[in-house]
Design a protein around this ligand. Structure first.
Ligand SMILES: Nc1ncnc2c1ncn2[C@@H]1O[C@H](COP(=O)(O)OP(=O)(O)OP(=O)(O)O)[C@@H](O)[C@H]1O
Length: 209
């Protein structure tokens, strides 16, 4: 579960944000919408501990994360937060399977190859395990990124524009898949997007302005 209270952030004096409070419980999905430039990615990075709020509170699974040291935050993120970012940042020389297993090694010191394989198979990527990420389509890469985000069974899954580069059919497939996985893994799922197709798809929404 994630909740925030009165979080503020700024990139210097000209770009200041005061975000509405959000709550997202385990197994639920919250869609954060808003026009380009309103701060959706900034909010997502704050929720994921990639940026720190200037004031306010971010609570993940009963833990206030904003007072953590950098090191503790990195550890907490690895254990509890899955990120599906706009850029996938794969290690291009590693296979799809290795990229997913690497995320478990970084978080726990153990490379969960079998689990990575199962997860990729679950995401219909069983035939692509030993390919390089660059050999996959954008939609397939998106699913690898989802598998990588889920390998450590995070309490919170954050997805930044997961469907904007996909056609209608694949956009709805990815949205359905994320929602289904959140329920299955009892993960709170927060999606930030300006993709208007998703607005009709999810009832739990908040709009930034
Ligand atoms: N590192 C940065 N330094 C300074 N300003 C930044 C930085 N990152 C983002 N901004 C500015 O903050 C504002 C919000 O950016 P953000 O990426 O959060 O918006 P967004 O709602 O996700 O936009 P989009 O839908 O286009 O991705 C923008 O005006 C952007 O130019």
């Amino acid at each position: 579960m994630i909740s925030t209270k009165r979080i503020t952030f700024s990139y210097g004096k000209s770009m200041m944000f005061a975000f509405p409070d959000i709550v997202c419980n385990e197994g639920e999905t919250l869609l954060v919408t808003g026009n380009s430039g309103v701060g959706k990615t900034t909010l997502l990075h704050l929720l994921g501990g990639l940026l720190r709020p200037e004031s306010g509170e971010i609570v993940i699974d009963n833990t206030v994360i904003n007072s953590f040291s950098e090191r503790k935050l990195d550890h907490f993120r690895g254990q509890n937060i899955g990120l599906v970012l706009q850029q996938s940042h794969f290690i291009e020389a590693f296979t799809v399977l290795e990229n997913v297993a690497l995320a478990s090694w970084l978080a726990t010191g153990k490379q969960k190859m079998e689990k990575a394989k199962q997860l990729l198979e679950h995401l219909d990527l069983g035939n692509h395990l030993h390919k390089l990420p660059s050999q996959l389509s954008v939609g397939q890469q998106q699913r690898v990124s989802i598998a990588r985000a889920l390998i450590n069974e995070p309490k919170l899954l954050l997805a930044d524009e997961p469907t904007s580069s996909l056609d209608d059919e694949n956009a709805f497939k990815v949205a359905d898949l994320l929602e289904q996985l959140a329920k299955e893994f009892k993960t709170a799922l927060v999606i930030v997007t300006h993709d208007s197709r998703l607005k009709e798809r999810f009832s739990n929404q908040i709009s930034l302005s």
